[in-house]
Design a binder for this molecule. Sequence first.
Ligand code: NAG
Length: 307
Amino acid sequence: MRLTLLWLVLLAWAYLVSPSEPTTPLQVLPDNIFILAGQSNMAGRGGVAHKMRDGTVPLECQPSPSILRLNADLAWEVAHEPLHADIDVNRTCGVGPGMAFANAVLDKEPGFGVVGLVPCAIGGTRIRDWARGSRLYNELVRRAETSREIDGGRIRAILWYQGESDTVSREDAELYKQRLEKFISDLRADLQSPTLLIFQVALASGQGRYIEQVRQAQLGVNLPNVITIDAKGLPLQPDGLHLTAEGAVRVGEMLANAFLKCISRSTQNNPTTKILSYLICKFWMHIVFWFVLVILTVDRAFYRKVV
Ligand SMILES: *[C@@H]1O[C@H](CO)[C@@H](O)[C@H](O)[C@H]1NC(C)=O
């Protein structure tokens, strides 16, 4: 009798402390904001031929209620391809890395929260077009600031894929590293986020002959919290410049993997997390110890009674 009672109490306790069913309130605003900037391969040209979009959307780029985008009118809406349609307005936009990135992050980290993408990339732009004070730069800062003002979501990273247009002149290629580092420092300062994560893509292609010089500049950037993934070798369209939809999806997935690796490393190194896991471990050791003790005591008492 007493044993049955004990088991009932334990069962009730286990039920009470077990994690409750995940409730999914309809979240209409993003928790995690990502700014997408650069030129055409970030804006997306996958599935575009002769300025016509074939309309196919890869499985990895399908819309989801957990992926929003900040449209040109500075309002959040459910994101879908082409992500940059109302931003890079003078070109035909197709599949880029953005949707594949967001889907890959949510696939691997289901509890991540709603993702908000802020498309800002414009085709055919050079790094100096993005210098502090330029129209592109101001627009980037304005959209980034608005994105977090609307609901207090947090900008988790900038995804940057640019440089194809800087491979045409030797001067642009030579000045690329310096201009890129200045751009990153200015942007971090103006967003009041000095350690903001930047994920950049080393070029897969270019419009000129200095591709390798620009790539070396990108791979050689020496700033904290700048992580570079390499798109070299990914499938290109017949123009030799733009990634295919498949290539864009790969870039998105590589960016997602780099981001997830980065945040898992920072949680592991977080001292609060370490102390917390130590305490949780201690707590469970105590529970098990007392549980065994109680069982043994009760059992012995029970047997003594029967015998
Ligand atoms: C599109 O072209 C118009 C006319 O040349 C120009 O004023 C505008 O800035 C361009 N927009 C973008 C986003 O490139």
